[in-house]
Ligand binder design. Structure first.
Ligand code: GRF
Length: 197
């Protein structure tokens, strides 16, 4: 299955996906990595791995609709069948969701439905949760609220900082995102989030 990976920054989850895709027995390949931000580290990392990269700067378009129309067109040109959001910092409208209905995944650094949106680790520490983690979910029109596919739990330590917690959770993101994509591509995860192994 052809993946299109959308990024806005560092791109470490994109790298984790690319490393998985490089394995012989992995059932997907990255057709294109698209960033909406120029000059980000993720674009350099993707290019260094020999991946096809594209920049679609949302500021070059008059509105969200025009930006998404170009994004859809580009992904279709690359025959993308599954869109993987990996630190992509733009909201996607119904138009985009419809174009890839049930074939858009996202990774979020909390145990959803807790702490959707931004300042995720700050919220977790403010609430004093003992366990946080990360979630791969299907993307719907509602932010961070689509059906959950896979999660990993990460204990919060007594004197955790935002950075320390984020780093430990990120390690787990790099494990579960490629695994969720594999399970999805192999048909073990249905569009309602159910795991059937
Ligand atoms: C990750 O923490 C991911 O969960 C969130 O944005 C961050 C992206 O990091 N959606 P990276 O660009 O993949 O390194």
């Amino acid at each position: 299955m052809n993946l299109g990976v959308l990024i806005s920054g560092r791109g470490s989850n994109m790298v984790a996906l690319a490393q998985a895709c490089a394995r012989d027995d992995y059932p997907a390949q990255i057709a294109v990595v698209v960033s909406n931000q120029p000059g980000v580290a993720g674009l350099d990392k993707a290019a260094a791995m020999g991946l096809s990269t594209e920049l679609i700067d949302h500021r070059d378009f008059p509105d969200r609709d025009a930006f998404e129309a170009r994004l859809i067109e580009l992904l279709q040109q690359h025959n993308v069948q599954l869109v993987c959001l990996a630190g992509f910092m733009r909201l996607l409208s119904r138009r985009f969701i419809e174009a890839f209905r049930d074939h858009i995944l996202n990774i979020h650094p909390s145990l959803l439905p807790s702490f959707p949106g931004l300042r995720v680790h700050e919220q977790a520490l403010e609430h004093g949760v003992r366990i946080s983690g990360c979630t791969v979910h299907l993307v719907t029109e509602d932010l961070d609220a689509g059906p959950i596919l896979l999660q990993a739990a990460v204990p919060v330590q007594q004197d955790d900082s935002v950075d320390a917690l984020a780093a430990r959770i990120l390690e787990q993101e790099h494990q579960i995102y490629p695994e969720a994509v594999r399970l999805f591509v192999e048909g073990y995860l249905n569009p309602h989030g159910a795991l059937s192994i």
